[in-house]
Design a protein around this ligand. Sequence first.
Ligand code: KMT
Ligand code: NI
Length: 172
Amino acid sequence: MKAYMYDNVPGDQRLPHDSGRQVTADDLASLGVHYHRFPETSEVDALAVERGYKNRDEIVVSPEKMGDVYEDKVKMFFNEHLHEDEEIRYIRGGQGYFDVRNKGDEWVRIQLEKDDLIILPAGIFHRFTTDESNYVHAMRLFKDEPKWTPLNRAPELDGNEFRKGYVSQFLN
Ligand code: KMT
Ligand code: NI
């Protein structure tokens, strides 16, 4: 895991966009974003039990797996959104970037690779992209009834109870 401020330079979302300003795991924790390096799957199993996650699936995001829809999927994942439940992703192979908004509403880019696990809290604005390798294999953990619907950023979301919960816990 490596995290840094996104440079906001126009261009392909899959480029590193590294401004050179580092962000630490503690900075991420202050936004409610938790990172773990889990070389053993048993560590993921333990976290799942602890947080009440009963189900999981695996997804490969690549042109080989997805064919023609790959480019559309990658653009879709990159739309800024939130969820009304937390999002846990465990990288099994390849690399990818999760971007999250910080307290100043700037993008923080989190580079994840094999064995990295990330927990994004409900209500945080974020987006995802593959990198230039165009390959990521991820495990998605979910509870019985995950509220995963992406809610794209819009002014109306200021009144969303999950957004309000996130703001009051982490942004004040
Ligand atoms: C998400 O929520 O954006 C995704 O599931 C992206 C693929 S998993 C790394
Ligand atoms: Ni999401």
